[in-house]
Every structure is written in structure tokens, then in C-alpha cells.
Design a protein around this ligand. Structure first.
Ligand code: HEC
Length: 100
């Protein structure tokens, strides 16, 4: 049996991930009730969140998780309640926040 090395090449285009989550998704998911992109409201601004976690490899998964489960004591005394959105949406929103 010979190895079929060419198959490996098929696995490579993972690179083309469209992390195009958007302000519309954030608005639709009611995030903007408490957040704004560049101003602190009830919650921290999304740009501040991006700055805080910039360069951390696990940030996207961690922020998606905080969005779904809620978060407290990281930014102040006001907690964020768990958000009732699809895990895929949370992932997309975390990627978008980190891109700001
Ligand atoms: C009821 C108000 C409220 C809503 C609605 C809300 N947030 Fe938050 N959010 C907060 C507050 C307050 C914090 C700061 C929590 C803390 O100090 O840990 C926060 C923190 C965060 C963080 C940082 C978490 C961390 O681990 O540092 C992210 C990311 C985030 N929110 C995303 C979202 C997204 C995405 C949505 C919409 C699906 C959303 N939030 C909706 C109030 C809200």
C-alpha cells in the first residue's frame, strides 16, 4: 500500500474562515442594550474588550463562553447575565469583538 500524500493538500484551505460577524448580529442579539463599540455603557466597550484580550490565543473561545454563561467581576461590579443566543452566534460575536 502506498501513501496518498496528496490528500493532505485538501485539508489546508481552512485558512479561508469568514469571521464576518457584524454589528447587525450584535444588535439582533441585544448586545447593544448594554454595550457599545467604543464607549462604556453598562458593560465595557467592545474595543476595550478587544484591547484587554489582544494576543491571547484562547480569547475567542473564552469570550464566546462568557457571553453564553455570563460574566462577573472582570470589569466592575455589574455582572453580565447569560445571553440566550446560539453558540455559533456567540463564537462569531467574540471573533468580531476581538477584531475591533
Ligand atoms: C444586561 C446587560 C448586558 C447585555 C445584554 C450584554 N452584556 Fe456583555 N457585559 C455586560 C457587563 C456588565 C459586562 C462586564 C462583566 C464583568 O465585569 O465580568 C459584560 C462583559 C462582556 C464581555 C467580556 C467578558 C470577559 O470575559 O471579559 C463580552 C465579550 C461581552 N460582554 C459580550 C456580549 C455580547 C456578545 C452580548 C450580546 C449577545 C452581550 N455582551 C450582552 C453587560 C451586558
Amino acid at each position: 500500500m502506498k501513501k496518498v500524500v496528496a490528500l493532505i493538500a485538501l485539508a489546508l484551505p481552512l485558512y479561508a474562515v469568514p469571521a464576518q460577524a457584524s454589528p447587525e448580529l450584535a444588535a439582533k442579539s441585544k448586545c447593544m442594550t448594554c454595550h457599545q463599540v467604543d464607549k462604556k455603557v453598562l458593560g465595557p466597550s467592545f474595543k476595550d474588550i478587544a484591547t484587554k484580550y489582544k494576543g491571547e490565543k484562547t480569547a475567542e473561545a473564552m469570550l464566546a463562553d462568557s457571553t453564553l454563561k455570563g460574566s462577573k467581576n472582570k470589569w466592575g461590579k455589574i455582572p453580565m447575565p447569560p445571553q440566550k443566543i446560539a453558540p455559533a452566534d456567540a463564537q462569531q460575536l467574540a471573533a468580531w469583538v476581538l477584531s475591533l
